[in-house]
Design a protein around this ligand. Structure first.
Ligand code: DGL
Length: 265
């Protein structure tokens, strides 16, 4: 699985909890984060490069794109060219959002790349649920998370400004359409109000992964050892270990450095 940085750890947590016996390789592309403001073509190239690395060097049986921006940019292509199943976070997230709403007014927040791609607008339309969807990009949120600053006055001020259109739209459920945002859930909930249900794609994605593995007869059942969890980062390895461990938990013990020869990193 991969993300631009720490965000995908929200999905990793759900995967480890649901499937403790599975081995996991997590790539945090912190050397090239944030993905959100980049051209989608560039993000697509990063996603292809990381997937190639996971297949070649780790012989993975499935790839989880634990990043909305990369899912928006590359999921369709990855599904076509990758010899193992590839799962993104957008479709599971959209389904969870629709399941949570009572009044039919729903919201999605994400990076500039994700919201601008129209991927959520398409995913929600496909469900034909007749809901009113409001979307907002939240530039800056990811940078706060990557700095480990999830509860500061500054992030609160930014959230009040960026979330105002969704408060005005009176949504009753809000999808955190960027895997970094669950780390800001407290701030987002303070701004949106306690009645608004915050939905994230982590659990829904983990259930999709386990269903798919079960159908393919590839789920590791009870074994006498738990899964092995490996973490790799293209940025500062020590910084990834320190903050990653705080965000994910004790499974993140060691971090291996990565470089991307193709792009020169
Ligand atoms: N966590 C990622 C997402 O879900 C990307 C954040 C970023 O690098 O901008 O979109």
């Amino acid at each position: 699985m991969f993300d631009s940085g720490f965000g995908g750890l929200t999905v990793a947590r759900a995967l480890i909890d649901l499937m403790p016996n599975e081995d996991l390789v997590y790539v945090g592309d912190t050397g090239r984060y944030p993905y959100g403001p980049r051209d989608l073509g560039e993000v697509r190239d990063f996603a292809l490069e990381i997937t190639e690395h996971l297949l070649r060097n780790h012989d993975v049986k499935m790839v989880v794109v634990a990043c909305n921006t990369a899912s928006a940019a590359a999921l369709d292509e990855l599904k076509k060219i990758t010899p193992v199943p590839v799962i993104g976070v957008i479709e599971p997230g959209a389904a969870a959002l629709l399941g949570a709403s009572r009044n039919g007014r729903v919201g999605v927040i994400g990076t500039v790349g994700t919201i601008g791609s129209g991927a959520y607008q398409r995913a929600v339309t496909q469900h034909n649920a007749g809901v009113e969807l409001s979307c907002a990009a939240c530039p800056g949120f990811v940078e706060f998370v990557e700095r480990g600053e999830t509860d500061s006055e500054q992030v609160h001020v930014l959230a009040e400004r960026l979330l105002a259109p969704l408060v005005d739209a009176d949504v009753d459920s809000l999808l955190l359409g960027c895997t970094h945002y669950p780390f800001l859930a407290r701030t987002i909930s303070d701004v949106m109000g306690r009645d608004v249900v915050l939905v994230d794609s982590a659990d829904a994605t983990a259930f999709c992964v386990s269903d798919l593995l079960r159908e393919a007869n590839a789920l590791r059942g009870d074994t006498d050892r738990g899964g092995v969890h490996r973490f790799e980062s293209s940025g500062d390895v020590e910084a990834f270990r320190a903050l990653g461990r705080q965000l994910l938990g004790p499974e993140l013990d060691e971090v291996v450095g990565l470089t991307w020869p193709e792009s020169g990193n």
